[in-house]
Write a protein that binds this ligand. Sequence first.
Ligand SMILES: CC(C)(COP(=O)(O)OP(=O)(O)OC[C@H]1O[C@@H](n2cnc3c(N)ncnc32)[C@H](O)[C@@H]1OP(=O)(O)O)[C@@H](O)C(=O)NCCC(=O)NCCS
Length: 169
Amino acid sequence: MDPRPSEASLVEMAQLLLPGDANALGAAFGGSVMGWIDICAAISAQRHCRQVVVTASMDDLHFHAPVKVGWTVNLRARVIAAFHSSMEVGVTVHSENPLTGERTLTTSALLTFVALDKDGKKLPVPPLLLATEAEKVASAEAHARRTERLARKGTGATWQALVDAPVKN
Ligand SMILES: CC(C)(COP(=O)(O)OP(=O)(O)OC[C@H]1O[C@@H](n2cnc3c(N)ncnc32)[C@H](O)[C@@H]1OP(=O)(O)O)[C@@H](O)C(=O)NCCC(=O)NCCS
């Protein structure tokens, strides 16, 4: 498969923050922002591999600042690294004051998607063409994160058992 440039996976998406997506403080509800992040990142991964993808994980999710009702929510996503059947996608979210245009970073997240065929079988994805020094550094960091992420994946048995434990009255 021919390598694909990371610009080919760039996605820009905008939302208006309406009251239905707000919390009790009149700021964005985190779950709505997470849903938009998932969609924006999935489109980015699909642009890279031109296959259907599913979300395998979302991590490094941070809500840096609130978004007010009536403000614009700007999302950008881009493939940071391509592995075998999976890709890491980075997403940033900036609020925009509609009256002044002032933008603030409000959320950032990393997601991993896996390319699947119609029977749910994993498909190889194209390598990522690393053209700039920044792209090379970001991809190397993503490879290191992938090792940590996969090592952590099987380590949740203790806390999952605690959460799932029946409560004795
Ligand atoms: C994601 C999924 C396809 C992985 O399948 P699997 O058989 O467990 O995974 P494998 O061990 O064969 O790994 C397949 C790839 O996924 C990656 N992967 C698996 N679990 C992962 C995780 N938790 N985080 C990041 N990557 C992961 C592996 O590194 C591998 O990538 P590679 O081919 O590039 O090396 C499978 O768990 C699944 O279908 N999950 C549900 C997805 C879904 O429904 N998402 C919607 C959100 S509700």
